[in-house]
Design a protein around this ligand. Structure first.
Ligand code: NAP
Length: 480
């Protein structure tokens, strides 16, 4: 497999109209390792005219791509999935460097993405035309021929924490349903994505159907999303940027934003299971997951026992470089570290108790447990994107439910209890997209629906649901 075309020396090119090209601006953006700040590579900083050109190319190529039989589109997606799998060593090593994911998580992200692409390629074959007759109120013999058709040009924007999965979970449903796509991956993570795009070319994706934007987002992010050739935006990232986009454009939007997932630990729970899931849920990938458990709501009567076990397990977590497959690895940048510090200091000032030392070396933060977090603490409500477990005490089940619902976010929640009936009763009362019973919050399996409520986003994703979101209903009515 050759990757010769994607870069010269350490400078990665952009994919525009099927060609790897340098920007006319001759400006680049450095991608440094969050672990030791060493330079991994440089990417292009496109300007406004280059971005406009990309969307024009995407608009033109969408027409012939939609005319390509869906079976052929499916074959190309299957082919790229196979190629990504063949190259998982190379790509996972890049993820380790670029976004400090440990090797096991990096491999898992790639394998999961391969599965997702293949499942989407298969599901897309089911998009059939439906025929319905007029209802009885009408005496005529009207018939509607209803079909899901592509929006046109989709703009896919993804965050740093799952560079491969969260861009391909936009690419695959967009393309199988006949859209073209322009992608703007998180700047940190772009190099890993570039390798998969080269594999896409080798799998036979026609030129112009997928194009890559890399740019100084702070300067031209707002400009880029307002381009008139965009027909739909699929965005994953922070609530603040998501809101900014939805204030600027009126187009179909699919938004996966921040979260504050809560886990309710009831007094009749299997404590070992709850502790295991909470440790993983809070600290996997150092807490940098939208569906990380960001609040543990603990019924007081089992508080002591749970905290003993939980603290002991957290103290066993390994931390250090991702290359050594540590559990806790450096955060993505200094800004993320500072945000965590501010939230933790504010919580301590407001009578929360810090139960671990929580030391820091550059971007690496060791796990922090904050007990007795209360409403005066910012971290009670605000999303922490780092290795901090927030423990909130509740006197009873109803108080725990009220705490879960007292949030601007609405991604997931978890309930730990041995009583399934009780769990389903509580689940009905929780205002979130998904409730996990006896398991940590997480976005998978990918064929399950993943609904983002309140400030956590708009719409539902998942293999079949993402295809629905990336298409619209067109009906042709035959009057006879
Ligand atoms: P972010 O700062 O919002 O960035 C997300 C993407 O938006 C990046 O590609 C970023 O580009 C781009 N962007 C920034 N400003 C923009 C603008 N004005 N116009 C258009 N695009 C713009 O988020 P992040 O720090 O990468 O990711 C962490 C956040 O994502 C957390 O809040 C997490 O909860 C959320 N998330 C949610 C889900 C979910 O499924 N709900 C999944 C994963 C992550 P640059 O990289 O160039 O800044």
């Amino acid at each position: 497999m050759s990757f010769n075309d994607i870069k010269k020396d350490n400078e990665y090119k952009c994919l525009i109209d099927g060609e790897w090209v340098f920007s006319k601006t001759k400006k680049t953006i450095n991608i440094n390792s969050p672990t030791d700040n060493s330079l991994i590579g440089k990417i292009q900083a496109l300007d406004k005219s280059e971005i406009d050109n990309i969307f024009e190319i995407a608009k033109k190529s969408q027409i012939s791509w939609y005319e390509t039989p869906v079976k052929k589109r499916s074959e190309i997606l299957n082919k790229v999935a196979d190629l990504i799998l063949e190259n998982k060593e190379l790509i996972s090593n890049l993820l380790v460097k670029e976004v400090t994911k440990n090797k096991s998580l990096a491999i898992n992200e790639i394998e999961r993405t391969v599965y997702l692409i293949k499942a989407t390629a298969k599901e897309g074959l089911n998009l059939k035309e439906e025929k319905i007759k007029a209802d009885k109120f009408y005496k005529s013999k009207k018939k509607a021929f209803i079909k899901r058709i592509p929006h046109g040009v989709v703009l896919g924007i993804s965050p740093f924490n799952y560079p491969i999965n969260l861009i391909w979970s936009k690419i695959a449903p967009a393309l199988i349903s006949g859209n073209s796509i322009v992608i703007k991956p998180s700047t940190q993570g772009t190099i890993s994505v570039i390798y998969t795009l080269e594999l896409f070319l080798q799998a036979g994706i026609p030129k112009g159907v997928i194009n890559l934007i890399t740019c100084n987002t702070k300067e031209i992010g707002d400009y880029l999303i307002k381009n008139k050739n965009i027909d739909m935006i699929a965005f994953t990232g922070s609530t603040s940027i998501g809101k900014r986009i939805s204030n600027l454009v009126m187009k179909p939007l699919l938004m996966e934003l921040g979260g504050k997932d809560s886990a309710i630990i009831l007094e009749d729970t299997d404590l070992d299971l709850a502790v295991r899931e909470c440790v993983n849920g809070c600290f996997s990938y150092s807490g940098q997951r939208c569906t990380a458990i960001k609040r543990i709501i603990l019924i007081n009567s089992i508080g002591y026992e749970f905290m003993q076990k939980f603290t002991s397990e957290v103290n066993k977590l390994t931390f250090g470089n991702p290359e050594e497959n540590n559990f806790i690895t450096p955060l993505i940048n200094q800004e993320a570290v500072k945000n965590i510090e501010l939230l933790v200091n504010n919580a301590i000032k407001n009578q929360a108790t810090k139960l671990t030392n929580g030391s820091k070396i550059n971007n690496l933060m060791t796990p922090i447990i904050l007990d007795h977090v209360n409403k005066k603490c910012r971290i009670y409500y605000e999303e922490q994107f780092g290795p901090v477990a927030v423990i909130i005490r509740a006197n009873n089940e109803q108080e725990a439910i009220d705490i879960v619902n007292d949030s601007d976010y609405g991604l997931e929640a978890c309930i730990f209890t041995k009583n399934k009936k009780r769990a389903f009763e509580i689940a009905k009362k929780l205002n979130v997209g998904t409730v996990q019973i006896n398991g940590k919050s997480e976005r998978s399996p990918d064929n399950f629906p993943f609904t983002c409520l309140k400030d956590s986003g708009l719409g539902t994703q998942g293999i079949k649901y993402s295809i629905e979101a990336m298409t619209r209903i067109k009906s042709n009515v035959l009057n006879q």
